[in-house]
Design a protein around this ligand. Structure first.
Ligand code: NAP
Length: 307
């Protein structure tokens, strides 16, 4: 099968598409023919061995080397995929051949390939019926992260929530998830993302190029920094008494579970969640796609089409 291989950590050019043996599922595994995989900020950070700044970044770098490979990534990259189950191990009961699924492969990786094996008890669910594979592949990364941090901060009915950075994979999901949880959503985006943010359900949108954080008025029960760009100190004037600040720029990593994907499928099929796709690339364009995600300017998600 064709798969992306990383020859080291670094710039997108460390990646190339190569022929590798097609994996064979063990008795408790499923084999998925990957149709689409999302290329997320987490993937490019892992490729570049970019753990972020300061002590947190240093610790994250060590963790990446331990999990992905000491001197170079040992596995096919890619963590989020959508595709069709084409083979199941003898002991598998949860899925059958023909199921259309989406999954978070986590630190097993392997999504940027024509086939991927996953354990039956992994983070896998039937994809939304009304989503195509490209759309489905964009939902888990941002959706899961948004649910995790918004719930952690106590987002719920009638709460006032400020989403800082509403146009990335996490931000576009966060606006929709906060709204779904019953919150009143205010958001901050760049000028190009204001219209999109409104369409996703924010009632008020500020442009960070025109309105610096200190000029925003109001108190919020939850301030969610969805791009890791604002500190708790800089947002202090916006946090209501008893309110919470949460940020993605944290060693706290959003937990993944199949139930989370099932919830996203339910929301999508009920019209409460849309996929925001910026660009779709073919597997052969993996280097170009990585350069675009590296830019930090994508709106929503970038998809790699594998079939
Ligand atoms: N802790 C966790 O579990 C966890 C999980 C997932 C992601 N993350 C982290 O979360 C961050 C966001 O992830 P992502 O996938 O959503 O990123 P992304 O899609 O690459 O974010 C790109 C978006 O960020 C916006 N942006 C850039 N600078 C901004 C600023 N100063 N203010 C407001 N918006 C800004 C850009 O809009 P403009 O071009 O208009 O500025 C662009 O639309 C990443 O650092 C990622 O590592 C953490």
């Amino acid at each position: 099968m064709r798969a992306v291989i990383a020859n080291g950590y670094g710039v997108p050019e460390v990646l190339s598409v190569q022929e590798v043996p097609k994996p064979k599922p063990k008795s408790n595994e499923i084999l998925v023919k990957v149709k689409a995989a999302s290329l997320n900020s987490g993937d490019v950070r892992m490729r570049a061995l970019d753990g972020g700044d300061g002590v947190k970044g240093f610790v994250a770098k060590i963790v990446i080397r331990l999990l992905v490979g000491i001197t170079r990534p040992k596995r096919i990259p890619g963590s989020v995929l959508a595709g069709e189950v084409v083979e199941v191990g003898d002991d598998v009961a949860r899925f059958k051949v023909g199921d259309e699924v989406y999954a978070m492969a986590g630190f097993r990786f392997g999504a940027f390939a024509e086939y991927c094996v996953l354990p039956e008890d992994g983070t896998i669910a039937l994809k939304p019926k009304t989503a195509n594979f490209e759309e489905a592949s964009t939902l888990p990364f941002g959706g899961n992260t948004a649910f995790y941090f918004l719930r952690k901060a106590g987002t719920g009915k009638g709460k006032k929530v400020l989403i800082y950075g509403s146009t990335g994979a996490v931000g576009t999901s966060a606006v929709q998830v906060a709204k779904y949880l019953g919150a009143e959503v205010t958001a901050v985006s760049g000028p190009d993302g204001m219209e999109l943010t409104k369409q996703l359900g924010a009632s008020t949108v500020y442009n960070y190029k025109e309105t610096p954080l200190e000029n925003i008025n109001g108190k919020f029960d939850v301030v969610f920094d969805a791009v890791g760009k604002i500190s708790k100190k800089s947002a202090a004037h916006l946090i209501a008494i008893g309110g919470h600040y949460v940020t993605v720029d944290s060693l706290d990593v959003a937990k993944e579970a199949s139930a989370g994907l099932e919830k996203l499928s339910e929301m999508y099929d009920a019209g409460k969640l849309v996929a925001t796709i910026d660009r779709i690339y073919d597997l052969d364009q993996i280097v170009e796609a990585n350069h675009y995600v590296d830019s930090g300017r994508k709106k929503g998600s970038v998809v790699i089409r594998t079939a």
